[in-house]
Design a protein around this ligand. Sequence first.
Ligand code: FAD
Ligand code: FES
Length: 280
Amino acid sequence: MYKILEKTALNPTVTEMLIEAPLIAKKAMPGQFIIVRPLADSERIPLTIAGYDRVKGTVKIIFQIVGGTTMELNALRAGDSVHDFVGPLGRATEVEGFKKVCVIGGGVGCAIALPIAEELHARGCIVHSVVGFRNHDLLILEKEFQACSEEFRVMTDDGSYGTKGVVTAALEELVNAGNQYDEVITIGPLIMMKFAVKTCQKFGIKSVVSMNPIMIDGTGMCGGCRLTVGGETKFACVDGPDFDGDLVDFDEAMKRGTMYRDFEAHAREAACNLLNKEVQ
Ligand SMILES: Cc1cc2nc3c(=O)[nH]c(=O)nc-3n(C[C@H](O)[C@H](O)[C@H](O)COP(=O)(O)OP(=O)(O)OC[C@H]3O[C@@H](n4cnc5c(N)ncnc54)[C@H](O)[C@@H]3O)c2cc1C
Ligand code: FES
């Protein structure tokens, strides 16, 4: 059992939790993830390590409440424990040797992008960050991104905060202003990552994307997270989650991502009925 030390609502649908997990905190690197099972009979779901403190032995997770398992997790309070918390899993994001990188986060993808931006900044790389949300109410981690970014842009779909528009518009503007990036790292919805890659290709910039297919075991055994990268089958849990954006077959990944929609809707309804949906 892993104790929840703190629980904070970052916006109406996104929660941050600090979990006591010293062995994971000791080894964790940006870009890696854990698999959590909130209750003994819950499904296992992957969540990125959004932060860690090796001295205090804590790991931060930030999750969007989208379905049955994230509802079960969100129903737990500070002082409760999660049943399983396994990791760190996956390969760490490459952060060595870069001079200037643009980090793009979309929605809750910002929780995955932030530790990468922080680590790049800590290593002396110039970080430009672009974050995108549907509206101002959904904005998260603004101060944290500002603290590690030389340039920080917020884009909203409805213009309620920052600049109205999509993240790729900000990226184009930054590149057209003369910024030369070693690479652009994008984390968010598949469609956003696909278009970020296209924008990078237009300017001849290397792109990296963090893929988030359905994962079951997280150790390369089940094949659930397979995707096609450069014409080869890869497993996001052990070969990724980061991949060269130019090589990812996004159309196939988007098709696979909708395979379980009916089951998920059913699980979400079941969890809604079972839980009190408590939000602290
Ligand atoms: C490597 C990785 C890191 C992730 N990091 C984060 C994070 O830091 N914060 C966050 O909010 N979300 C993250 N996700 C997505 C998160 O795992 C899903 O939102 C979660 O599994 C939803 O489960 P559910 O039962 O609440 O919802 P469901 O109703 O079951 O599913 C809602 C959507 O979540 C996705 N999903 C469902 N089950 C899984 C699964 N086992 N594996 C992967 N995706 C699934 C699907 O796209 C699905 O359409 C990550 C996914 C991966 C693969
Ligand atoms: S989650 Fe099973 S192979 Fe990746």
